[in-house]
Design a protein around this ligand. Structure first.
Ligand code: NIG
Ligand code: FE
Length: 426
């Protein structure tokens, strides 16, 4: 008999990708679906996933063990949000209103608004305030079914303020059920005080910030934003090349607003991911597939910026790129913590099927963060991070768009969230 201390039964449908690596091409949409399922864990790990009839034969609860009734809901792995700008102060709802009146994201950035206005607000708060804001946002993500989140700095843009952002993540993440993966994004924008000497800012990133981040183990990855209002390809190559020398993995904001050749750069650098990609060329996309660099779609941001371009979901799948879908949570281009929203837009504007979007927000996202051996699918040996959705099957996740129906979240084998009153399945 398998011993377990937590079991969830009464699951109408359990759906999960399978494996410890990314799902590519046609396999992206191959998810394992079990009807009338049960799942059980011991400590932090899954020990059983299968039909409920088999569960009763195979699993024994330890004394004090607990069974939870999914009440006919649907179980999926916890979402892995592989791209967010979590630690910031200063929302930008006025700029949003300006955009509704016709201003573009680039117009606002070019006149010193946009990212730089969030930089002023973030510099003005202390680490503890930032950590409180992060914690509240983690709570909200958890209630929406996210159990792992990547989080970028990039609103400090000075030694003190970038380190403050990264350490606020560590403070906020202490004992929180959502696991945080830190990314250093000092190369997000040129700060005002360096406006006329951008090379000196790149020197600061390479000579002071990256060594400090690596020495104090403050991030696993470094990222850069290649754009007309941010960094050139050459500057990004220099910063991320240095990051690699310090042992950090690299990611890249690539081809979001124009085709800058940034997908090609991500491939050249052996990046873990290239993100956005709305304007990437076929050659750039082929280079990502060849290099094994994940393509992260941020379809809620594409939508929120009211871009004509669509997230290139089908192009990436057909080229054999490991496709990931994430939120891009940030105050400018995507102020939502909802992975459900990312899923709706990935399907309705990015051309993915529901099953593809499930793999792209779980196992492939875990792979993009170097964690596919531990999380991202529901299999014995993986971390027991899963969500009961008050929905009769997985299609309803997207079909019933606009209303997340998360009923329960289990993270590390513990029930950490339960909606109240209980959401009825239907
Ligand atoms: O991923 N593109 C650059 N960075 C963010 C937006 C940040 C902001 O507007 O504050 C993004 O969309
Ligand atoms: Fe981003």
């Amino acid at each position: 008999m398998i011993e377990a201390d937590l079991a969830v039964t009464g699951i109408r449908e359990l759906a999960t990708p399978v494996g410890k690596g990314p799902r590519l091409g046609r396999d992206l949409g191959q998810v394992r679906v079990i009807e009338k399922a049960a799942i059980a864990s011991r400590g932090e790990q899954i020990v059983f996933v299968g039909e409920e009839t088999d569960y009763h034969q195979a699993v024994q609860l330890t004394s004090g063990g607990r069974t939870i009734d999914a009440q006919g809901g649907t179980v999926l792995p916890g979402f892995v949000d592989a791209h967010t700008h979590l630690p910031f102060a200063g929302w930008r709802e006025r700029e949003f209103d300006e955009r509704l009146r016709g201003a573009t994201y680039s117009d606002i950035a070019a006149r010193g608004g946009g990212i730089l206005s969030t930089v002023s607000c973030t510099r003005a708060v202390d680490r503890e305030q930032l950590a409180r804001d992060v914690r509240n946002r983690l709570d909200s993500m958890l209630r929406l079914g996210t159990t792992t989140v990547e989080a970028k700095s990039g609103y400090g843009l000075s030694v003190q303020d970038e380190l403050k952002q990264l350490s606020a993540l560590s403070v906020a993440g202490r004992d929180h059920p959502v696991e945080i993966v830190n990314t250093f994004l000092g190369a997000h924008a040129i700060p005002v005080e360096y406006r006329d000497r951008r090379e000196a800012y790149v020197d600061l990133l390479v000579d002071e910030l990256l060594p400090a981040v690596a020495r104090d183990n403050l991030a696993e990855y470094a990222d850069a934003f290649v754009d007309a209002n941010a960094f050139t390809l050459e500057e990004a190559r220099r910063v991320l090349g240095a990051a690699r020398e310090h042992g950090l993995g690299v990611r890249l904001h690539a081809d979001q607003l124009a085709n800058d050749g940034a997908a090609e750069l991500a491939a050249e650098l052996g990046a873990a991911s290239a993100d956005h990609l709305e304007h990437s060329s076929d050659a750039g996309i082929a280079a990502l597939a060849e290099a094994g660099t994940c393509g992260v779609l941020l379809p809620a941001a594409t939508f929120f910026l009211m871009m004509d371009a669509r997230p290139p979901g089908r192009r990436l799948v057909d080229a054999g790129v490991a496709v990931v879908v994430a939120t891009d949570f940030n105050p400018g281009s995507c102020p939502t913590e909802s992975m459900g929203a990312a899923l709706w837009f990935a399907c309705l504007t990015g051309g993915l099927t529901v099953d593809e979007a499930i793999s792209a927000t779980t196992l492939n996202a875990a792979h993009a963060l170097g964690r596919a051996d531990r999380i991202g699918s529901l299999e014995p040996g993986k971390r027991a991070d899963f969500v009961v959705h008050a929905l009769p099957n997985r299609y309803h996740l997207v079909y019933r768009f606009g209303v997340p129906r998360v009923a329960k979240v289990i993270a590390g084998g513990r029930l950490v969230y339960e909606s109240s009153p209980a959401a009825p399945v239907g």
